[in-house]
Design a protein around this ligand. Structure first.
Ligand code: NDP
Ligand code: KPL
Length: 303
């Protein structure tokens, strides 16, 4: 894989899980110096992708004081762990640092901006990829590696950073609509796989697929009430994207429940339900899923 033609920049990745491990490896392969900021120490990192095993040379740090200021920060914690990363953001950002918020959900900038020091910028980034952390420091890449960011100067700089590498960065004009389209890939697949503890193959069952469509149609009504320019075709495209992950792939929420980690449901199904209440849209299937996910999550936190 050829290195990027962009000059080397100092990139910090917060979180050494599935997405963090993948983007850190791809950034290093593109010729950049990469600092991986960890909550739990790692002995090393391997990334299995396209039949290869990458062993990127990264600088591992576990204390914000050791990190230093960087040009770029890629925040890859789960959304509910954002505040816990405040110490990193404070230590890594100087004036001009751009923080790409590589998380699921729809409110990336609102979540992160209040935690940034003066002069740093939050850039929302929608992650179209399917990546699994099979053990600490062992990442398996199932499918796709794209980030969608708002069009503009910072988005174009991020695109240049990864140009020619394995991570594709695309600028999108209507980011609100793009964020809802991405959320659609999470609103049915993530709860169903996590609650059933079964991988994407469950969507191959026509009965399950039909329920997934119904869940997403509720989300569609909420997205439209929010002003997103989405339609029925986006429901079908989201489910097609889920199926493209392959029967043995999962979802990030499924991986969390499987590993006994807290889940991200409040930022996915929870966001749909809260906005539905605000707009007076009835979303009974999503309300049921949220109640079930909360019950499953309580048990995970109690263990
Ligand atoms: N996995 C996937 O295929 C996809 C995931 N996403 C989204 O990307 C985001 C990241 O998901 P994913 O990589 O799967 O999640 P993981 O759980 O695999 O990784 C998250 C990482 O963040 C670390 N972390 C949490 N808090 C801190 C902290 N304070 N300081 C440093 N590190 C911290 C965790 O540390 P520890 O090791 O201690 O748990 C963990 O390694 C989520 O929003 C997810 O929804 C989007 C598209 C696809
Ligand atoms: C699209 C999908 C389902 C891909 O894995 C994802 O975003 C996730 O796992 O959270």
């Amino acid at each position: 894989m050829s290195a990027s033609s962009a000059p080397s920049e100092r990139i910090a990745v917060i979180g050494g899980g599935a997405v963090g491990g993948l983007v850190a490896a791809f950034a290093e392969e593109a010729g950049h110096e990469v600092t991986l900021c960890l909550r739990s120490p790692l002995d090393g990192l391997t990334v299995e992708t396209e039949g290869e095993v990458l062993r990127p040379r990264l600088r591992f740090v576990t204390e914000p004081d050791e990190a230093g200021v960087h040009d770029w920060v890629l925040l890859t914690t789960k959304a509910q762990d954002t505040e816990g990363a405040a110490g990193w953001l404070n230590a890594l950002c100087g004036p001009g640092t751009v923080v790409a918020v590589v998380q699921n959900g729809i409110d990336h900038v609102e979540r992160v901006s209040p935690l940034l020091p003066e002069g740093a910028e939050a850039l929302p980034a929608l992650a179209f990829m399917a990546v699994e952390r099979v053990a600490p420091g062992r990442i398996v890449h199932h499918y796709s590696s794209e980030l969608h960011v708002p069009e503009g100067q910072s988005g174009a700089r991020l695109q240049a950073l990864f140009a020619g590498g394995r991570l594709t960065v695309r600028g999108v004009g209507d980011f609100r609509t793009a964020a809802w389209r991405k959320l659609f890939t999470n609103v049915a697949a993530n709860p169903l796989t996590a609650l059933l503890l079964q991988r994407m193959h469950i969507l191959g069952d026509p009965e399950m697929y039909a329920r997934a469509e119904e869940i997403l149609r509720e989300g569609l009504a909420v997205a439209q009430a929010e002003g997103a320019l989405v339609d029925e075709g986006d429901v079908r495209r989201a489910l097609r994207a889920n199926l493209a992950v392959g029967p043995d792939g999962g979802t990030s929420t499924f991986y969390d429940r499987l590993a006994g980690r807290p889940m991200e449901h409040e930022h996915l199904t929870g966001a749909v339900v809260r906005l539905a209440e605000r707009h007076g849209v009835d979303v009974p299937l999503n309300r049921l899923l949220l109640t079930l996910l909360r019950a499953a999550d309580r048990e995970l936190r109690a263990d």
